[in-house]
Design a protein around this ligand. Sequence first.
Ligand SMILES: Cc1cc2nc3c(=O)[nH]c(=O)nc-3n(C[C@H](O)[C@H](O)[C@H](O)COP(=O)(O)OP(=O)(O)OC[C@H]3O[C@@H](n4cnc5c(N)ncnc54)[C@H](O)[C@@H]3O)c2cc1C
Length: 326
Amino acid sequence: MTSIAIIGAGLSGLVLAGQLQNSARVTVFEKSRGVGGRMSTRYQDDYSFDHGAQYFTAKTPEFRAFLEPHIATGLVQEWHPRLVTIEHGTMPKELDDTKQFYTAVPRMTSLCKKLSAELDIRQQHEIGAIDRLETAWQLTTTNGKNAGAFDWIVSTAPALQSRRILPDNFRHRRELASTKMAACFTLMLGYARTSAIAWDAAKVVGSPIGWIAVNSTKPGRPIGHSLVVQTTNQWAEAHLESPKDEVTTGLLKDLTELTHQDFSGATYMSLHRWRYASTPSPTGASYLVDVDSQLAACGDWCIKGRVEAAFTSANSLANVLRQELT
Ligand SMILES: Cc1cc2nc3c(=O)[nH]c(=O)nc-3n(C[C@H](O)[C@H](O)[C@H](O)COP(=O)(O)OP(=O)(O)OC[C@H]3O[C@@H](n4cnc5c(N)ncnc54)[C@H](O)[C@@H]3O)c2cc1C
């Protein structure tokens, strides 16, 4: 049976692995301790924070069909936030967004956890090198461990990371190089008492902050009042190397001025820096495949920095690879 190594256990790696597992011997390598990549959740005591993806849409029939069984079991549910736009010096304005917002329950990671259940996943395996042997590709981790030899390699790591690890003869290196991803900071705040804000999520205009969500209003979350504050990509790119304390203090000040609420006294506070959060300049192809070398890459960055795009990219590549394997 053909062997395939998939690098990355975010949604695209897990969807791809799930769709190929009856056609090949599939192994997934993930550098972190858990699965989910940017669909991730931080939780402690009564608080939980989806600090990457906030919600997802399901516009295509393929993604809707994929979600259907998970919606049926309640693992994926709709979130109906009271949504507003806010900017400095004005009152929040109600926003009538007709999109359906979906989230995994009880955490954003829960969907990826479910998808990973039947797969061969090697966590805490950061792939550092892919070398050609006579008849296969040899994988080596960043700490020098031999991770095995495989017929096919697919990277689902963000574009720049895929470019670093895929061999020089991968014919789509130019597309990887031209794909641009952008950063984001997420500030997570937990409070013993509910704040007085009268909305569940806000799109922010004209501020370093781009989005605020009361995470505890999503279905199935623990009761602790949990706020997720995300910066715009432009602001994060400009402040990428700023000390974390400085970023936290600046965001808290801006949050207070925007909402006219007192956000001191958090019983949980943490800042996460995403180096590759969204994709202002995607590849423009649904996936990248080099059949001669048996190398490929996919991920949200091929199409758009969105959960649904990660699915579409992996699903399209799976269709092509299944044909190659037969
Ligand atoms: C702050 C933020 C907010 C967002 N908000 C939304 C939103 O509201 N709605 C929406 O639809 N989308 C949102 N997104 C985007 C969404 O999270 C992504 O589109 C989606 O999760 C991408 O999935 P993926 O599998 O393609 O990539 P990832 O989730 O990035 O998966 C790649 C995986 O590869 C692993 N990896 C990388 N290098 C290696 C290596 N060398 N060896 C082994 N493993 C490796 C990583 O650890 C990671 O787990 C947001 C993202 C961020 C960061």
